[in-house]
Write a protein that binds this ligand. Structure first.
Ligand code: FAD
Length: 397
């Protein structure tokens, strides 16, 4: 079994099965050996570690939550721990994987017909096809449920079969500049509802440009995408998607995992801070002996422990098929906020060294910002919880 994490103060990992803990240990070894040594390099170059894809596939990390392609039995709780472990080493790598395995594969699993699942999920689980998920647009971020401008128009093609013409623009699409397929969400000009399409990125009219100069999750390659008269056959329309309701199911499945990712990012910074404060001396003593430094470390560990308990429970609810949108939203909002505070404390106890990549907190500090904002901003997830409490939807007039 994986050795217990120092930051797992209440030994919440005990809730995993022995088999899951053994597999988690293998993944942790892989991350230490193959991801940790080069994470700063990829972050600085603003490049996704694409060469790792076959290794993710070998370790069963692609589509682990999808029964048809999972290599072994596992729970949502286990997958949360995997997200934590990856993010503990590198939040960009966790996001890169989350986009493919969480967003794109789950979209096809939730929305695809049996044939579509069969056609796409196997190659995606084997890492042969890289997927992206395109919901956000330049003019529509938090309000995509009603503000989406990308359109899909059904028509009869030259061969007499039904096809769709997609027009619009997408922004912030993780892996969108090099993915093989992108799941594109568009408004049906017929019934006005949202539809999903598996768009091969080689399609004429699909163009993607990498977004440069990002200062958070730099090793995630986000793209601006334009779709100009992209023709997609009916066989690539996700057959079980009828409206935003089904898209929300995909987002709920991934949102709780993003909470785990936020947590892992915080734990990485916390572990670095504990090491640093034990070694760095001022006034003739390790700074870890000062009360104010201990207070910051204790606050960080308190945040981590509370968030780990919350993440554990929200994933157990998913395993019981009982997790609600508001429960997932609360986990994402609460954990990403607490972890934003935690990485700031961890950076702070490192003084000036805390702002260089060399000491293990600066990258986590920067990455916490994007995690706080994507998969529903902190505000939007908070308002989903607010709606649950009051029965009043505050974000739509
Ligand atoms: P806006 O919606 O413009 O929000 C700006 C501010 O206004 C926020 O603080 C927000 O909370 C606030 N606000 C908006 N409406 C309300 C309201 N009604 N009440 C109160 N406050 C409000 N998208 C994809 O589709 N696919 C991806 O792979 C993807 N990856 C991403 C990766 C990164 C690194 C980042 C940064 C983003 C990614 N996104 C992706 C997009 C992400 O989901 C959006 O950035 C997010 O939903 C917020 O949208 P926005 O940036 O347009 O902000």
């Amino acid at each position: 079994p994986a050795p217990r994490l120092h930051a797992d103060f209440y030994d919440l990992q005990a809730a995993l099965t022995d088999g899951e803990r053994a597999q988690l240990g293998r993944i942790r070894d892989f991350l230490q050996r193959e991801v940790a040594p080069r994470a700063d390099e990829f972050w600085e170059r603003a490049e996704s570690p694409r060469h790792l894809f076959p290794r993710f596939a070998e370790l069963g990390m692609l589509g682990a939550g999808i029964p048809e392609v999972a290599q072994y039995d596992n729970s949502a709780l286990y997958r949360g721990w995997v997200a934590l472990e990856i993010s503990r080493v590198d939040a960009s790598t966790a996001t890169f994987l989350g986009v493919h395995s969480g967003l794109a594969m789950n979209a096809i699993w939730v929305g695809g017909s049996d044939e579509q699942r069969e056609r796409w999920l196997g190659p995606m689980a084997r890492g042969e096809i890289v997927g992206a998920f395109a919901l956000t647009e330049p003019l529509s971020g938090s309000d995509t449920a009603r503000g989406l401008r990308t359109t899909a128009t059904r028509r009869v093609g030259a061969d007499g079969a039904d096809e769709w013409v997609i027009d619009g623009a997408k922004r912030w699409i993780g892996s969108g500049a090099f993915s093989d397929i992108t799941v594109v969400w568009a408004r049906d000009t017929g019934d006005g509802e949202m539809k999903g399409f598996i768009v091969p990125t080689s399609s004429p009219g699909y163009a993607a440009t990498k977004i440069e100069r990002k200062q958070s999750l730099r090793a995630v390659e986000n793209a601006d995408i334009t779709l100009t008269g992209v023709v997609v056959p009916e066989s690539l329309r996700l057959q079980r998607i009828h409206s935003f309701t089904e898209v929300a199911v995909v987002l709920r499945l991934t949102r709780a995992e993003v909470a785990w990712q936020a947590l892992g990012n915080g734990i990485g910074a916390y572990e670095a801070a504990v090491r640093y404060t034990g070694e760095r001396e001022q006034f003739g003593k390790p700074i870890g002996s000062f009360q104010l430094v201990q207070h910051k470390l204790a606050t960080a560990l308190g945040n981590i422990t509370a968030c780990l308990a919350m993440c554990t429970r929200v994933s157990q609810l998913q395993d019981d098929d009982a997790q609600t949108d508001a429960q997932a939203a609360m986990a994402k909002a609460f954990v990403s906020a607490r972890m934003r505070e935690t990485v700031a404390l961890c950076r702070e106890v490192m003084g000036g060294n805390g702002i260089t990549l060399d000491y293990g907190a600066a990258r986590a500090f920067c990455d916490a910002e994007a995690i706080y904002t994507f998969e529903g901003t902190h505000d939007m997830n908070t308002l989903i919880v607010g709606r649950e409490i009051t029965g009043i939807q505050a974000f739509v007039s």
